[in-house]
Write a protein that binds this ligand. Sequence first.
Ligand SMILES: [Zn+2]
Ligand SMILES: [Zn+2]
Ligand SMILES: [Zn+2]
Length: 146
Amino acid sequence: MNPYLETLKKNGLKITPLREVILEVFQKKRATLTVEKLCQLIRRRIPRAGLQSVYRNLSDFTKAGIVEEIFIEKRKAAYALCHGFAVHHHHAVCTRCGRSEEIEACELGFVAHTLSRAFRNLKKKLGFQVKHHVLQLEGFCRACQR
Ligand SMILES: [Zn+2]
Ligand SMILES: [Zn+2]
Ligand SMILES: [Zn+2]
């Protein structure tokens, strides 16, 4: 079974036609999409899909960890599908076409080591305890560099 659908089920979310189409659109586009753009694409399949219900589903998907809110164009919110959604990762987003690549660099020993040392220093300096971090990489994908 499709791991996304499986994750929906595990989170108590029923598999509806709208949810399936949202996942399909993301998988086909492999890009970061604003809710408006996503809605446009969904309406080719489900003409009456409403913006509000797409929003609601994205929020459910976010809680289930299969999509992530990404900021594009000066902090405008959009969403990207997560591929390795079970593990800690980051997104590298193309600022020209919106393509989203996933990076699990923090899982690599030396990055994790450097980060935890940096976080320990932060605790010493500011007394702030880091529990989680968010990192978004921006740039141009291979196709957009040509
Ligand atoms: Zn993600
Ligand atoms: Zn690109
Ligand atoms: Zn990380």
